[in-house]
Design a protein. Structure first.
Length: 112
C-alpha cells in the first residue's frame, strides 16, 4: 500500500537534528516525510538570493504534491503561516505532529 506524503512545516531556523527527528516520527506514523528544509538545503545555498527563491519555489511544488502538511514545533513563524495558507487554499490537510500521533493512536485502538 502506498504511503501518503506529509510535508513538514517548521521554522526556518529549526536545527537539522530536530528536522531529522520530525521526519523519523512521521515515518514511524506511516507517512513519507517531505522536508525541503532538510533535503534541499544540502545542495542549495540559501544565502544566495536567487537560490533562496528557487528553494521557495521547490518547497511550494513539493507541498502541492503532498496529502497533508504537518506543523512541527511550538511556534508558528511567518513563513510557516504562508505554507499553511497555501495548503489550506489547495485543500491539503493541516495538522500538528501531536495531532497526527493522536489520530494514529486512535486508529490503533479501534477509533475509540
Amino acid at each position: 500500500m502506498e504511503k501518503a506524503f506529509a510535508y513538514i512545516c517548521t521554522a526556518a531556523d529549526t536545527p537539522s537534528r530536530l528536522l531529522k527527528r520530525y521526519c523519523r516520527k512521521i515515518y514511524e506514523l506511516g507517512y513519507v516525510p517531505i522536508c525541503p528544509k532538510l533535503s534541499d538545503s544540502q545542495y542549495l545555498v540559501l544565502e544566495n538570493a536567487d537560490e533562496k527563491r528557487e528553494f521557495q519555489s521547490i518547497s511550494r511544488q513539493k507541498l502541492c504534491r503532498c496529502r497533508m502538511l504537518v506543523v512541527c514545533g511550538n511556534e508558528i513563524s511567518n513563513s510557516m503561516s504562508t505554507e499553511i495558507g497555501m495548503a489550506e487554499k489547495r485543500n491539503i490537510i493541516c495538522t500538528t505532529l501531536e495531532g497526527l500521533a493522536k489520530i494514529k493512536e486512535s486508529d490503533e485502538h479501534g477509533g475509540l
